[in-house]
Design a protein around this ligand. Structure first.
Ligand SMILES: [Fe+2]
Ligand SMILES: [Fe+2]
Length: 377
């Protein structure tokens, strides 16, 4: 390979597990900020903290090629991390790359990584080697302050690109693949069959539901996790997933089966939430009271809801199978609490306009959070 010492090389490291459209978009945005001559993509060998990873290194490289080949970007994939084996520190890899490629090195990282960069191994040795190109796509709180701080303390060279992306990440892509939802991934055929983490529970749920309801259930599970991750809500993502997935498990099987439910719910559209809770316990062996409670109030809401209850309530209204959700979705992605109250109000006034009877729990939720709300958001 020919190496020109005056070349500007952008290092784009990551797990690429799997690579997706957002990686390309970020790179295109970075190319506007830095006039680099080439990109060297450096997949991590063994993605740390990714227990649900099933894509091996060579397949990830094949997927990267499929994604970037069409882009016109002058790129190469460097398998240095595979050659070096497990447990590489960024500073070691970057200095090896500096030696190999020469010229000016730029290193593209996410805003979350920059915020935590002082926890990396010997960051003070990394800063002199590269100019960091930081993607602030998620609007990390305090990113600008952190950049100033690192510049002052270490003399770090940092360029920030303001990229507002779709919020998709490899973790969310893997979740969609495991749920059998559509994804925007080049070379999907190479990996599709590997994502079967939830096949057991999905098969069971499907047996209780029409195609539309089954799609809705998976879309709610996805939305619940997506919102929880976006806001870093202090809840267990597995609980968000299960509560979202199973919230309507009883919607199309309304026999009481001897269960005691509130008498005023029988024959009403809210019956399925109460049955959903007890049947999730009986049929899916869900013992967790927080999950069961989120299912139990997903239609009506109630006063003084838990975060998980609010999350499933909103995800149910804002899943991708619902029409006209863009505005409410924007609100909740900006502010969870305001988003929740907007969902509650929207649902309340819809029921009111239809002149359906208002279920007491819904009235109580409305009074608590909106009509009599005496506490600031
Ligand atoms: Fe429901
Ligand atoms: Fe639902």
């Amino acid at each position: 390979m020919y190496y020109n010492l005056s070349m500007k090389t952008l290092i784009f490291g990551g797990a690429f597990d799997p690579p997706h459209r957002e990686h390309l978009n970020i790179l295109l945005e970075a190319s506007k900020a830095v006039n680099f001559d080439r990109v060297v993509i450096v997949p991590t060998f063994n993605p740390p903290h990714k227990e649900d990873s099933v894509i091996d290194f060579d397949t990830r490289v094949a997927l990267i090629d499929k994604l970037f080949k069409k882009s016109g970007i002058n790129y190469a994939v460097d398998d240095i991390e595979k050659q070096r084996g497990d447990g590489n520190y960024a500073v070691e890899v970057v200095s090896a790359l500096k030696e190999k490629y020469g010229g000016e090195l730029y290193y593209l990282i996410g805003g979350d990584s920059l915020v935590n960069i002082e926890t990396w191994h010997k960051p003070e040795l990394l800063f002199p080697l590269v100019t960091l190109v930081v993607c602030g796509r998620d609007g990390y709180f305090g990113l600008d302050e952190k950049i100033e701080y690192l510049k002052n303390k270490y003399g770090a060279k940092i360029i920030k690109i303001n990229y507002v992306g779709s919020g998709i990440s490899s973790t969310l892509v893997r979740l969609r693949l495991n749920l059998g939802l559509s994804v925007d991934v080049e070379g999907l055929e190479l990996i599709k069959d590997k994502f079967n983490k939830y096949d057991g529970i999905l098969k069971q749920l499907k047996s209780y539901q029409s195609d539309d309801l089954y799609f809705h259930s998976r879309a709610v599970a996805y939305r619940a996790v997506e919102i929880a991750r976006h806001h870093r809500l202090n809840i267990d993502l597995n609980k968000a997933f299960l509560a979202g997935l199973l919230h309507d498990n009883a919607k199309q099987r309304l026999s009481l089966d001897g269960f005691i439910v509130p008498s005023d719910a029988v024959g009403s559209p809210v019956l399925h939430q109460f049955l959903g809770s007890v049947k999730a316990k009986r049929d899916f062996k869900i013992e967790d009271s927080e999950i069961l409670s989120a299912i139990n109030y997903h239609t009506t809401g109630r006063a003084n809801m838990t975060t998980l209850e609010k999350l499933v309530y909103c995800a149910d209204m804002l899943s991708e199978d619902r029409p006209c959700i863009e505005n409410l979705l924007k609100v909740i992605m900006t502010d969870f609490e305001i988003g929740f109250r907007s969902c509650l109000a929207s649902s309340y006034f819809y029921v009111l306009s239809k002149k359906r009877g208002m279920y007491p729990l819904t009235q109580q939720a409305f009074d608590y959070y909106i009509k009599d709300a005496k506490f600031p958001l």
